[in-house]
Design a protein around this ligand. Structure first.
Ligand code: F3S
Length: 288
């Protein structure tokens, strides 16, 4: 079997930075005479293995603002997805230490949204409304924002003609779909500021995955089942290669997926640790 691993597979800059920071925090806490509880607001990344490992090191996941309110002391880590202004301020009001590892590219969107909405523009966020990153972005707008995944979502909002819009994207949104939506909105005659905030890491990973899948007989997309960027990679690869499989770890591999002489490509989402990609690669080379 000929196996090729995409160069862009795995942790992006923002995720690596966040995960390393949590582990550093765990180390510092272990060495400190006054140990305090460590929490992450939401799982640090969409990867069960990493979250479990952190749990075994004493890091607890806090899921809701109410849970945050109940905390008395400790360190709360804001993950790379970021949070809304409301949550941010709530955290700062409490006597908790806040470690903010929001990805700088997401921070940039918060700044854009804050500035542009303060100037009176209605913010259009192209992305998944229930994704934590988008929920966070929504919370930085001073005007009522609109979240859309397709043009019908925009039309439902019945915005008055002539209002000024500012369009941003969830960092992991599909570039082609974003462009298509922007073109449709431009034709509607609004005064629009378009800021393409899709992260380069995502674009590069998607482009490389598409071309690798096109040259492969079988394709493996490795990542957490809740990871939306991994799901998107899977959709892109599936279009190019019928034999594309979404797996979480090497344990999901099935022996009858690929013939012996197949060319197999491997890519992975932004929250997939290097060791899991390595395990998959080794398993495919030696045991399938
Ligand atoms: Fe940041 Fe881009 Fe990763 S926005 S978290 S570097 S996908």
């Amino acid at each position: 079997m000929q196996v090729t691993v995409a160069e862009s597979a795995g942790f992006c800059f923002g995720v690596r930075r966040a995960v390393e920071r949590v582990y550093r925090q765990v180390e510092q806490n272990r060495e400190s005479p006054e140990r305090v509880p460590i929490y992450t607001y939401g799982p640090i990344i969409h990867n069960e293995e990493v979250v479990r490992d952190l749990e075994s090191n004493g890091v607890r996941v806090v899921e809701t603002p109410e849970e945050l309110d109940s905390l008395e002391k400790g360190i709360v880590i804001i993950r790379s997805h970021g949070v809304s202004r409301h949550i941010f301020e709530r955290l700062q009001e409490k006597s908790l230490e806040v470690v903010d590892v929001t990805c700088p590219f997401v921070k940039k969107i918060h700044r854009i949204v804050e500035e542009q909405s303060r100037e009176g523009r209605t913010i259009v966020i192209v992305g998944n409304p229930s994704h934590p990153e988008v929920e966070g972005i929504v919370g930085w707008s001073h005007t009522e924002p609109v979240v859309i995944e397709k043009i019908e979502d925009f039309n439902k909002n019945r915005l008055t003609n002539g209002i000024k819009l500012c369009i941003v994207a969830q960092t992991t949104f599909h570039y082609g779909k974003f462009q298509d939506l922007v073109e449709k909105l431009e034709k509607m005659g609004y005064d629009i500021n378009v800021l393409n905030t899709i992260c380069n890491a995502t674009q590069e990973r998607q482009t490389e995955a598409r071309s690798l899948a096109a040259q492969s007989d079988g394709m493996l997309v490795v990542g957490g089942k809740n990871s939306s960027n991994t799901q998107k990679l899977f959709e892109i690869c599936k279009k190019e290669c019928d034999h594309t499989y979404f797996i979480q770890t090497a344990a999901d591999l099935q022996p009858d997926w690929f013939p012996e002489d197949a060319r197999v490509g491997i890519t992975a989402g932004a929250s997939t640790p290097h060791n899991i990609i390595e395990e998959v690669q080794t398993h495919v080379r030696n045991e399938l």
